[in-house]
Design a protein around this ligand. Structure first.
Ligand code: FMN
Length: 465
């Protein structure tokens, strides 16, 4: 998040088990290097050893001064940053190639995130760009976005439907501010979520104090999408189709009433000097009405995880559902509805008629924490695993194995994944092991393959420490 996320915020999100980003757009290359150094001082490690944060760049800003853009990317990668995020440019692929070239020259693989709100853009990135993560940005998102983007819960299933199993992972963004919303988005098939506005309300965020207070005071109808914000502020170089979501204020009201744009701009400039939020832009997402206090980023991430788990989703079931997301089209619907749905304890103890029926056919039985034998609540990081699974798996693929000891798997994470693997193995046994049986359905066949993949990938993660 440009103007809000520097090295301190990014590092604290990572410390808590998430994956923090610095928003590079408005920093000079030297300022960016300083912010990366701040993150390094928090996260430790020497020189260019992997630094588990990302840096986000705006494509159109890089295009403005290509030489400086290349320098900023090189400084970022040479400092060990493991992820790069690109958005809002007319030729983002050019910058993806800059990163990949640097990777080849330096024998590593950087995680590349690209953010889109339109399906056509996603399709090209998935097919041709070989990026690692697609951030599906719904219309609820704070800051700049795609004027024609649908709401996140509409966009996400479409993005997942065109993303192959061996393609990038998909992360949802836009209006997410509670753990319950996170669980909701994960249950739709996203591997993770990207949250912006809520993290503006942290002491580590460099968002101006007046903007933080305006978000706290904002009611649920205060955040609106418009091209008017950029018009008044004079930010006119954003690519076609991009507008912004911010808090309604006198600048936007004046723009909508057709007041003289030059007068509005001059009032804006004066207000800027006073940090007067009645005229300056406070970029903020549709969930502003749900947030009302500043709290440390680490505490916030931990709270979101707790809420996510408490919302009724059981961790192993979500881990499994994530694995199944790309096989969804080919597996029988009745089978898939089991691991993908929200699991409540009552239904675990007392199977419904439908579950009983499915359990005697080819269904995937529900994980039961009461019978698992492992302590799923054994530590604060249990839920951390839930959200960071995607980034850990990506890191596992991208890191030199000798570097993996920098990212140890915690005991609670190990417990959760052990339970999930054991459940998958038991289920595979129930399907008569790895061999196909005569006359088995396409659904069973696919389920068998998915289970084998799941076990293989997760055993590999267990051996990582
Ligand atoms: C203050 C602010 C700055 C942002 N800056 C950027 C940016 O530089 N690059 C980008 O791709 N997205 C940026 N975004 C959008 C986020 O990437 C993300 O899509 C959005 O914050 C998600 O919605 P939420 O704010 O409702 O959580 C920004 C958002 C905010 C609120």
């Amino acid at each position: 998040m440009a103007t809000a996320a520097g090295g301190s915020l990014a590092a604290q999100v990572t410390v808590a088990g998430g994956f923090g980003f610095i928003g590079a757009a408005l920093y000079t290359t030297n300022q960016l290097a300083e912010q990366i150094a701040i993150a390094r001082s928090v996260l430790g490690g020497a020189g260019n050893t992997p630094l588990k944060i990302g840096v986000g760049f705006l494509g159109w800003v890089l295009d403005e001064n290509e030489e400086e853009g290349r320098k900023a990317i090189k400084v970022t990668l040479d400092s060990g940053v493991v992820g790069i995020w690109f958005a809002f440019g007319n030729d983002l692929y050019k910058w993806v190639e800059v990163v990949r070239k640097h990777d080849v020259e330096n024998g590593k693989r950087t995680l590349i995130f690209v953010q889109f709100g339109l399906l056509e853009d996603v399709r090209i990135a998935v097919q041709d760009w070989k990026v690692d993560v697609i951030v599906a940005q719904g219309a609820e998102a704070g800051g700049h976005g795609f004027g024609a983007a649908p709401a996140l819960k509409t966009l996400l299933p479409s993005v997942l439907s065109i993303t192959p199993k061996d393609g990038p992972i998909v992360v949802g963004a836009g209006g997410i501010t509670t753990g319950k919303q996170i669980a909701d988005i994960l249950s739709l098939g996203a591997t993770g979520v990207a949250i912006g506005t809520r993290f503006c309300l942290t002491p580590e965020s460099v968002y101006p104090e007046a903007a933080k207070q305006a978000i706290i005071a904002a009611t649920s109808d205060a955040s609106v999408r418009s091209v008017g914000f950029d018009q008044v502020a004079g930010y006119l170089k954003w690519p076609k189709g991009i507008d912004g979501r911010a808090l309604r204020n006198d600048s936007l009201d004046g723009f909508e009433k057709g007041e003289d744009i030059e007068v509005l701009r001059s009032k804006y400039k004066e207000a800027y000097l006073r940090s007067d939020t009645s005229r300056i832009m406070v970029w903020a997402g549709a969930s502003v009405g749900l947030m009302n206090e500043i709290k440390p980023a680490k505490e916030l991430v931990e709270e979101l995880w707790r809420e996510c788990l408490a919302s009724g989703q059981q961790t192993p079931s979500l881990l499994l559902s994530d694995e199944f997301k790309t096989s969804r089209d080919t597996i029988d619907d009745s089978v898939l509805s089991m691991p993908l749905r929200s699991v409540h304890e009552e239904s675990l103890l007392q199977p419904t008629a439908k579950e009983a029926e499915l359990n005697t056919t080819n269904s995937f039985s529900l994980p039961n924490p009461n019978h698992s034998g492992a302590n799923l609540n054994g530590g604060g990081n249990t839920t951390g695993w839930l959200l960071s699974l995607g980034s850990l798996k990506l890191l596992a693929n991208s890191l030199d194995p000798s570097q993996r000891s920098n990212y140890p798997i915690t005991e609670p994470q190990r417990n959760v994944i052990t339970v999930a693997v054991a459940q998958a193995q038991a289920e595979l046994e129930r399907l008569h092991g790895t061999q196909s049986t005569p006359g088995e359905t396409e659904g069973t066949y696919r389920l068998r393959l998915a289970l084998q993949d799941f076990i293989h990938e997760h055993e590999a993660l267990l051996s990582w420490s």
